[in-house]
Write a protein that binds this ligand. Sequence first.
Ligand SMILES: *Cc1c(COP(=O)(O)O)cnc(C)c1O
Length: 360
Amino acid sequence: MKFRPELDSLSPYKPPRGTQEAAAEKGSGSAESTAEYVKLTSNELSFGPLPEAETALKEALPRANRYPDRYAGLLRGEVVAANPGAAPGNVLVGNGSSEVLLNLLQLVENPGEVVFPWPSFGLYGSICTVLGLRAKQVPLTERHEIKPEALLSAVTADTRAVILCNPNNPTGTYLTLEAVRDFAEALPESVLLILDEAYHEFVSDEAYRGSEALAFERPNVAAVRTFSKAHGLAGLRVGYGLAPPEVADYAERVRFPFSVNLAAQAAAAASMREREQIRGRAEFVIRERDRLQEAFESAGLDYIPSQGNFVMVETGPETFERAGVLVREGEALGYPVGWSRVTVGNSEENDRIAGALPAA
Ligand SMILES: *Cc1c(COP(=O)(O)O)cnc(C)c1O
């Protein structure tokens, strides 16, 4: 059969360097030695779901013979309760925030182009390719920051959407709400502004918060969030978005029916209710992120000050693998060989990272 030629540029997701591979380089490929590795490659939380989420999961399982609530009403309700000013008609849900991003990009006119900074999240380019939209990447500054003026200059009459990953993965750099607001005001209303806020819980600068207000004020702004990071539910695949009612309405039209499964809806709704606990976990991650950054500093390693649950640092993955820690290699993320993105883990895992560093 003949395939769409643009799909040839898509390669299947390449997982991070495997434990086997790392162990082989460490000089021992035995099962015992590979089992000792901790995985800090994918910005997951090192803790399981909240107990309340586990309870909700267990309670949901006997109903697994039934389709879930197609509208995900309970989850929507919890998202509304957690975001003052939101109504159920402002909420998007999805099978991970990946699906929310897909659904948003399915709404814009085609052909056309999508502008986003680079390096950033690799999924944006893949979705564009699948949908037949052109990805237009705008380089970060020398300080690894998003430059709103550069993004604006890249916008043309063909631009259908701009994606701002804020804070940006893999750099951890961010824009304040004021900068995002200025950007939104300067952008033509015909262009959809997608704010990917997968890491918003880990931002310690208060001047960042409140983008949901933009989604309620403006006709063309959507904030996208996930349960995969701070909520520790990456395995269940659930994300959400906040957008103007018309955008949310169209997103619901293209969404696959029942895309958020029963277990995911139950666990995410329960986790969303526990705002203080989630905040406590995020505060732990922020403290540990500071500790790691200080350790990099002491070791004389260049790193990018981060507002995510990860830090990009100028040393290769081998540095960490020697201490039994797997990290994401920079070259998989648009950075040169010799950089790594390290996920902030639990205390013991972060001790291992700090212990792996060369003395300055
Ligand atoms: C991890 C991550 C997500 C989350 O994707 P899910 O589909 O919700 O698991 C989204 N955007 C960025 C930039 C991420 O790093």
